[in-house]
Write a protein that binds this ligand. Structure first.
Ligand SMILES: O=C(O)CCC(=O)C(=O)O
Length: 199
């Protein structure tokens, strides 16, 4: 019988980086408070010919004219950057070298709020966008998988940063699945590029 070796397990290389303590606890708490004051909306999405509520609240802030359409049915129109969001954007740019023109917020009110398998490949972000995602509040499972492959799980902690590098949206899908565990609110901020009107 063939001897098993540690190296028989495939090495998983993902086009993402995860920084669990990007923000200090104090910074993350203050940002969470700020985010609770943002203009959250319950949007409607068209899926399989039906109109239904998006299973989370959303908001968008960013440069003027950088409208964002996803799933051919949800149009988000950015409000002007708040100073806290602009500061966070600049800090992520300094840490990663990537530039961003919008931030989309997702608010998961309970374990029943979620986002299904998808990639963020909307043409308004241009070719091979880099996306940076900050998590606040309750910890939720984030899964990522190569298209047709097996998922890898991350637990996105309060104050963490997950960076999806250019190319990730063409080769991988990601999701935040529903959970029956009792979880309180989680807020996620995804900083994205945009090819819209320049400043
Ligand atoms: O909440 C998250 O961590 C993921 C959000 C997401 O996938 C998206 O906004 O496209």
């Amino acid at each position: 019988m063939k001897q098993m070796s540690l190296f028989d397990e495939p090495t998983i290389v993902l086009p993402v980086n995860y920084y669990p303590e990007f923000l200090t606890k104090q910074e993350a708490d203050a940002l969470y408070q700020h985010c609770q004051q943002l203009q959250w909306q319950q949007n409607q999405i068209r899926m399989l010919g039906k109109i239904m509520p998006v299973p989370r609240l959303e908001c968008i802030y960013g440069d003027e004219g950088c409208d964002y359409l996803y799933s051919k049915s949800v149009l988000l129109k950015p409000l002007p950057w708040t100073s806290a969001l602009a500061q966070l954007r600049d800090r992520i740019t300094a840490a990663t070298g990537y530039s961003f023109r919008i931030v989309i917020g997702n608010q998961y009110r309970s374990g029943q709020d979620s986002i299904g398998w998808h990639s963020d490949n909307e043409p308004s972000m241009g070719f091979n966008p880099a996306i940076a995602s900050v998590s606040l509040g309750s910890c939720r499972k984030f899964q990522i998988k190569p298209i047709g492959g097996r998922p890898t799980d991350f637990w996105l902690e309060h104050g963490s940063l997950l960076v999806m590098h250019p190319g990730c949206q063409s080769t991988h899908l990601h999701q935040v699945p529903k959970t029956n565990k009792v979880v309180s609110t989680r807020i996620n901020l995804t900083f994205r590029p945009h090819v819209g009107k320049s400043r």
